[in-house]
Every structure is written in structure tokens, then in C-alpha cells.
Design a protein around this ligand. Structure first.
Ligand code: ADP
Ligand code: S3P
Ligand code: MG
Length: 179
């Protein structure tokens, strides 16, 4: 992990849809004085359209290409808290970049809780299916090993509110990133 006052390592949050990456990244960045970047918001800002629209027009593969470009750029920067999208770990090149570039936190949350948190939200195309809980269970089985592969720290993101998780991560970051 590159580690100096001038080059503070990035902090990456990974985990499934609804794990709290976007919410916690924003709160954590404020707390520790890092800039917050959400890779989905970055993609939306660059394209000028929503994530569901990108999936409609370019398919998941098109979205993944855009996501990989954003991750490649962000992993060259420093002093960021990055909320990744839930599928960022699918490409080996992304995993390699995340693993070697900073402090990676896996917010691990059971599918049942993820389902509760995401059921009202229409902004996640992969969950616009007849049985979103079953989809989350499948995604959990497929991706849990990939999140574990890149993680420096695994946090139980299903207990406690976003504030208590942010507090925990601020303490961890102080030690690991020598803040
Ligand atoms: N620790 C938490 N406890 C309860 N609800 C949470 C927690 N973290 C996030 N949420 C809520 O869950 C939903 C999804 O959170 P979000 O940050 O968008 O997740 P992600 O970016 O990982 O998909 C939001 O409504 C958010 O307010
Ligand atoms: O898990 C995924 O494949 C996805 C997660 C989403 O981000 P969040 O994890 O922030 O919901 C977003 O990148 C896109 O809808 C695909
Ligand atoms: Mg998010």
C-alpha cells in the first residue's frame, strides 16, 4: 500500500447491492477528510444517463467496460474513498487494481437484509426480476469469494447503522492508512 502524507492510499468499499457502500463512503470521506467518489455516479456523470439506461442501451457488458475504465483511473489517484458498484470485482483486472492500490473493505451483508434495503429501489437493473431475493442469493454465492479475495478487512455490514459502521471504518483507516 503506497503510504505517505502526500500519497495517502485510497479506501475502497466493495460488496453487494444494498451493502451500504455509497452511504458509508460519503460519511467516511467527510469524517476523514478524503474526497468521495462513487463509481456509478462517475459513470452517470460521464455518460449523462442513468445506470438502468446504460444497461438498456449497451447491456451489462457495455456497463462493465465503462466501470473498468473508471476503476483504472481511480486506482491511479490518492486520498479517495471509493464506493464501487457491486459488480466491480467480476473482472480480474479490476480485482488486481483494487487489491494492489489501497485499503479494501468488504461490507458483508446477508441477502435477506440486502433485499429489504433494495426492494423499493428501481435503480438497480440486475434486481428488476420476478424474484430479487433469489437473484441476490445467487449473486452472493457467486461474488462472496471474489469480495473476500480483494478484501483487507471484512465488516459485518448487516448489523448496526451506517453511522456505527462509518465510525468503525474511520478507526481502521486511522491505523491502516496512518491518518
Ligand atoms: N448500515 C445500514 N443499515 C441500514 N440501512 C442502510 C445501511 N447502510 C445503507 N443503508 C440503506 O440501504 C440502502 C442501500 O444503501 P447504498 O449505500 O445505496 O448501498 P450500495 O451502494 O452498497 O448499493 C439505502 O437506502 C441506505 O440508506
Ligand atoms: O452488483 C452489480 O452488478 C451492480 C451494482 C450497482 O451498484 P451498487 O452496488 O452501488 O448498487 C450498479 O453498479 C449496477 O446496477 C450493477
Ligand atoms: Mg452504490
Amino acid at each position: 500500500m503506497p503510504n505517505s502524507v502526500l500519497n495517502p492510499p485510497n479506501i475502497y468499499l466493495v460488496g453487494l447491492m444494498g451493502a451500504g457502500k455509497t452511504t458509508v463512503a460519503r460519511a467516511l470521506s467527510r469524517r476523514i477528510g478524503y474526497r468521495c467518489v462513487d463509481s456509478d455516479h462517475e459513470i452517470e456523470a460521464r455518460t449523462g444517463v442513468s445506470i438502468p439506461t446504460i444497461f438498456e442501451i449497451e447491456g451489462e457488458a457495455g456497463f462493465r467496460r465503462r466501470e473498468a475504465l473508471v476503476i483504472a483511473e481511480l486506482t491511479r489517484e490518492h486520498g479517495l474513498v471509493v464506493a464501487t458498484g457491486g459488480g466491480a470485482v467480476l473482472l480480474p483486472e479490476n480485482r488486481e487494481r483494487l487489491r494492489t492500490g489501497g485499503f479494501v473493505v468488504y461490507l458483508r451483508v446477508p441477502p435477506r437484509v440486502l433485499h429489504e434495503r433494495t426492494r423499493q429501489d428501481r435503480n438497480r437493473p440486475l434486481l428488476r426480476v420476478a424474484d430479487p431475493l433469489a437473484r441476490l442469493e445467487t449473486l452472493f454465492a457467486e461474488r462472496d469469494p471474489l469480495y473476500r479475495e480483494v478484501a483487507d478487512l471484512i465488516v459485518d455490514g448487516g448489523r448496526g447503522n451506517a453511522q456505527s459502521i462509518t465510525q468503525l471504518l474511520a478507526r481502521e483507516a486511522a491505523v491502516r492508512c496512518k491518518l
